[in-house]
Ligand binder design. Structure first.
Ligand SMILES: Cc1ncc(COP(=O)(O)O)c(C=O)c1O
Length: 389
């Protein structure tokens, strides 16, 4: 079967060149007669891989000397707890900006660990379709937490909040290396790799050294594996790392470098996103759900003309409370969305179903997605609109 254009929110498409290289080295990596999947993480063949991955992160993200680059496991979801356990130790108080599911989950995890969470801004009033503007954060917070790119809602910060001396923590899972980012503005950055960097299984953490506490200074009961120090002191090899995922990550980082680094990715991503948003903004059949000025270059949710404010309101009611007109409108909306997703898949454009919290469709167009893929999607959307007016 021919390869499809994969618009999945994560795990996501990887550069074909990288997949081909992995395939070529599958049975014999670098003359070792073994696959990287099979070798000890402490072998002479493997150690240079993880070392190079760290070197490449430092180079491509311009990571200052006083930051550690760590590869850990447990995904972004484990970072929600780790951040609180390691950084929320002085005043046990933190500020969170609420921009959707992932920021809310992070705040909930901190609360569970006894952190006093202040939600200092929220875009809940408009179903998280924009990023609130927070000029300056002050207070006795141990850290300020933001989700820089909101994968489900399709929003992205176009500014970095000024938090003065309070460390700023950002979840960059769905935008890491999609654009240049000034690491020095942050105390800690983390990203699950399965969107822009690698297959699932590894999480990149970049943390300012002075923010890494001794394990015993973390919140009481913090397990060894959840102390950043454990990983920082052991070159991310305290326990067995996800070796193969890090090997692919290293290859993806070299692919990014070959394609212009973070600047090159931004140019490529801007071009793809402009192409799609311009089409959505000029269409009388589709519309983007996010506000201009907060739009993600990575995740683009969109609805059809059958999804209206009325259907959204009706969707929130209990089934029994809906009028007949609302039921008919909702059924039509579901029918058209299902048809879109099914026909798109048949045309080789897969994983376009939207998240249930937004509805409709979502195209995730991470670094590895090509402009050709986005153009193919827009051509399909035009045809579908003409056939279903
Ligand atoms: C922005 C963001 N943060 C965190 C997560 C959770 O990541 P994981 O599944 O790696 O725990 C996701 C998952 O999609 C995400 O999009």
């Amino acid at each position: 079967m021919a390869r499809v254009y994969n618009f999945s929110a994560g795990p996501s498409c990887l550069p074909e060149e990288v997949l081909n290289e992995c395939a070529a080295e599958m049975l014999d990596y670098n003359g070792t007669g073994q696959s990287v999947m099979e070798m000890s993480h402490r072998s002479k063949a493997y150690e240079p891989i993880i070392e190079d991955a760290e070197k490449m992160v430092r180079k491509l993200m311009n990571v200052p000397e006083n930051y550690k680059v760590l590869f850990v496991q447990g995904g972004g979801s484990t970072q929600f707890a780790m951040v609180a356990e390691n950084l929320g130790i002085k005043n046990k108080k933190a500020a969170y900006i609420e921009t959707g599911v992932w920021a809310k989950k992070a705040a909930a995890e901190a609360k569970k660990l006894g952190i006093a969470v202040d939600v200092i801004a929220s875009s809940k009033d408009k179903n998280y379709s924009y990023i609130p503007k927070v000029e300056k954060v002050t207070g006795d917070y141990d850290y300020v937490y933001i989700c820089f790119n909101n994968t489900i809602m399709g929003t992205h910060y176009e500014y970095i909040p000024d938090t003065g001396n309070i460390p700023l923590v950002a979840d960059i899972s769905s935008c890491v290396l999609s654009e240049p980012l000034d690491v020095s503005k942050f105390g800690l950055l983390f990203a699950g790799a399965q969107k822009n960097l690698a297959p699932a299984g590894v999480t990149l953490v970049i943390v300012r050294e002075d923010l890494i506490p001794e394990p015993e200074a973390c919140l009481p009961g913090t397990p060894t594996m959840l102390a950043y120090k454990t990983h920082a002191d052991n070159g991310s090899m305290y326990n067995t790392p996800p070796c193969y995922t890090i090997y692919v990550l290293d290859k993806v980082l070299h692919w990014i470098e070959k394609n212009g680094g973070a600047e090159g990715m931004l140019k490529r991503n801007q071009e793809k996103a402009d192409y799609l948003y311009n089409f959505l903004d000029s269409s009388d059949f589709y519309h983007a759900t996010t506000e201009k000025g907060s739009r993600s270059l990575m995740n683009v949710p969109f609805l059809t003309k059958y999804s209206t404010a009325e259907t959204a309101a009706a969707g929130k009611k209990d089934e029994a409370d809906r009028t007949d007109a609302e039921k008919t409108a909702l059924a039509k909306e579901k029918e058209i969305n299902d048809k879109f997703v099914k026909e798109a898949a048949a045309a080789g454009l897969v994983n376009l179903k939207g998240h249930r919290l937004v509805g409709g469709m979502r195209a995730s167009i991470y670094n590895a997605m090509t402009l050709e893929g986005v153009k193919a999607l827009v051509e399909f959307m035009k045809k579908f609109a003409a056939e279903n007016k």
